[in-house]
Ligand binder design. Structure first.
Ligand SMILES: [Zn+2]
Ligand SMILES: [Zn+2]
Length: 95
């Protein structure tokens, strides 16, 4: 039974760590792995594919969302001034 609820385990020898940083430190010092860093948030990875996956999931989505928002700029709406004019006319009728 794991009383410590350690979430991060070494892929090579199964040793468990409480934080991702501790695990990365272990990979580097014990297994001499090259630690890859995300250029945007500094998160560390040992596999290039994991880093690419992270960038795609965490950062490229943000950029996509911004681009798609921009596309809806030209939507035509009733101008606020038209609505104000309509309300003013109704007020006049009540007096
Ligand atoms: Zn290990
Ligand atoms: Zn990142």
């Amino acid at each position: 039974m794991d009383l410590f609820h350690k979430k991060y385990s070494c892929e090579i020898d199964g040793q468990k760590f409480e934080s991702e940083n501790d695990l990365m430190d272990h990979y580097h010092t014990v297994h001499h792995k090259t630690i890859l860093k995300c250029h945007k948030c500094g998160r560390q990875f040992i596999h290039e594919k994991d880093r690419l996956h992270h960038v795609r999931e965490e950062h490229e989505k943000e950029m996509d969302a911004r681009v798609h928002k921009g596309e809806h700029k030209h939507k035509e709406n009733l101008s606020p001034q038209d609505q104000v004019d309509a309300n003013m006319r109704n007020f006049g009728d009540n007096f």
